[in-house]
Design a protein. Structure first.
Length: 537
């Protein structure tokens, strides 16, 4: 391959990486954490407030419907599971998505009891940070931006592989730890990038589909289906007999669960969502797990059933099924992005690959800074980093380390304040963005190198606060940080171990940065020498 061709691909790879690297760092880091979204949520909750509730889901639904003059148009029954000792029912006031959420359980004497208003789910907060790439924008605005960034990311992958081709065999597994900082970053960047290439290709393509799905549907409606997408979707809906509008004529949850298991062996229901209550088109969406097949969402697939007959009338979202090739292909996109197959081993693998992906973008930016600094020093003989290089270096250090510390601090704050009823999305966003902005400001004021030493230590401490909180709550229980459940749930082990590992790596890097504060890229600018004095290499 001609040298000039490689040089052009290198320019494309460099600038696409710089433009997308910071957003993708936040998206990959938060995405790695979101693989344990339910575990993080349960870790941060004050603890089950309905451990003494009646486990009879049939009686819970019957009692709820009997006590409602006009039942809500939709409600959900969540069965007992890890961190959830008894089934509970939740619905939104007025049946609106933005209505206040209410939860009820069945007491031992058969009466309904309201639970405290839920403070929100910190795992869902982490997932939203992942989907927005850390942008302080609503999802409807942030997701299209991330979709475009994912396309740029795909271009960076292709151009990067082409640039690496001439030395692929020789340098694939080379990881040379030398005094040459640029060589260290380059080897680590190439190793993480090539070994995780299939994962990154999948993430780039699926993230583009998710981020731009509204645009894709609009284009389909304008170019493929002139009549619009709604008539097409309505025509594809299965025809079925009207459902009795009186919910008392419907099957109890236990019968619906049994019918779902019979329709799909291996499918284990975890929740029922009733929709269209009081209308002839009512349906129950049975959410369940089946690790042997791809699932539509991060943890569950869905069987759409008739609440009166128990018939599965639509298998589009049922794991292992699909009404069409298009539906199965779309489910594959979801499952490959979420890692919703194979159970816990695949989730652990996705979490590791997600965190390594964040390393890929950080090292890529560091390579750009090193290369630009050396090129300018060679051309001018001046050791001073130019202003634009210092700014990119500060932004790289501030955003990357600030987002790591910010997410950890938000999770810990959620846990400590949940018991006092003070946690929620407002708190999570306030803590995350306050820490992130503070880290960026410090990086710009102190310079990337000096700021990196302190920010690495602070990020390590912030991550260590997660297992430390569990330790303190286990030894000295307190109503602001209680033990979530006894015995210690296996899912919480993942959370504490994950953050312990991240804290250990960050602490090691902080010590290395402190020991050699005047080497490498993230260093303060060297003093400007008097005119005519040669600079030392």
């Amino acid at each position: 391959m001609r040298v000039e061709t490689l040089r052009r691909y290198l320019v494309v790879h460099t600038w696409t990486g710089i433009l997308s690297g910071l957003l993708l760092f936040v998206a990959f880091y938060a995405g790695g954490l979101s693989m344990f979204e339910p575990e993080i949520t349960r870790w941060a909750q004050a603890g089950p407030s309905h451990a003494d509730a009646n486990p009879d889901a049939d009686a819970l639904v019957a009692g709820f419907l009997a006590g409602q003059p006009t039942p809500p148009r939709s409600f959900q029954v969540v069965f007992a599971g890890e961190g959830n000792p008894a089934p509970f029912l939740r619905y939104r006031e007025g049946g609106r998505r933005d209505g206040a959420e209410h939860r009820v359980v069945l007491d031992a004497d058969g009466g309904l009891r309201s639970l405290d208003d839920p403070p929100g789910e910190v795992g869902d907060f982490v997932d939203r940070i992942h989907r927005k790439g850390g942008l302080p924008l609503p999802l409807e605005y942030a997701e299209p931006i991330i979709g475009v960034v994912a396309l740029v990311y795909a271009l960076a992958l292709v151009s990067g592989v082409i640039v690496l081709l001439p030395s692929l065999v020789r340098d694939l597994f080379a990881l040379r730890i030398t005094r040459n900082i640029k060589r260290n970053w380059l080897d680590l960047h190439n190793l993480v990038g090539i070994t995780g290439l299939p994962f990154h290709i999948v993430m780039a393509l699926t993230a583009a589909v998710f981020g731009l799905h509204d645009w894709i549907y609009d284009a389909q409606g304008a170019l493929v289906h002139p009549e619009g997408m709604r008539p097409v979707i309505a025509a594809s809906a299965p025809q079925r007999d009207p459902v009795p509008t009186d919910p008392s004529a419907w099957l109890p949850p236990s019968r619906i669960v049994a019918a779902a298991r019979e329709a799909s062996p291996g499918f284990e229901p975890v929740a029922l969502e009733y929709r269209g209550v009081g209308t002839p088109g009512a349906a129950v969406h049975v959410a369940g797990t089946d690790d042997a097949h791809f699932k539509r969402s991060a943890r569950v697939g869905y069987a759409l059933m008739d609440p009166a007959s128990g018939e599965v009338f639509r298998r589009t979202y049922l794991p292992g099924y699909g009404d069409s090739r298009w539906a199965r292909a779309l489910t594959s996109f979801f499952a490959l992005h979420f890692g919703s197959y194979g159970g816990t081993p695949v989730r652990i693998l996705y979490a590791v690959l997600g965190l390594l992906g964040a390393v890929l973008f950080y090292t890529g930016n560091m390579l750009w800074i090193e290369s630009r600094t050396r090129r300018i020093r060679t051309a001018t003989g001046m050791p001073e980093q130019p202003l634009h290089v210092r700014r990119v270096a500060a932004l790289n250090v501030g955003v990357c380390l600030g987002s790591i510390a910010g997410l950890s601090m938000a999770i810990v704050a959620w846990r400590w304040l949940d018991g006092a009823g003070m946690a929620g999305d407002v708190l999570g966003n306030a803590v995350f963005f306050a820490v992130l902005v503070a880290a960026v400001v410090r990086a710009f004021r102190r310079g990337a190198a000096q700021a990196a030493i302190g920010l690495l230590g602070f990020a390590a401490l912030a991550c260590a606060l997660v297992p430390l909180t569990s330790l303190v709550a286990g030894v000295i229980p307190h109503h602001w940080a209680p033990v979530v459940a006894k015995p210690y749930l296996p899912g919480f082990v993942f959370v504490d171990v994950l953050f312990t590992m991240i804290a250990s790596v960050l602490a090691f890097l902080a010590l290395r940065a402190r020991r050699r504060p005047r080497r490498g890229v993230a260093l303060p600018a060297s003093p400007v020498l008097p005119p005519g004095q040669a600079s030392r290499p």
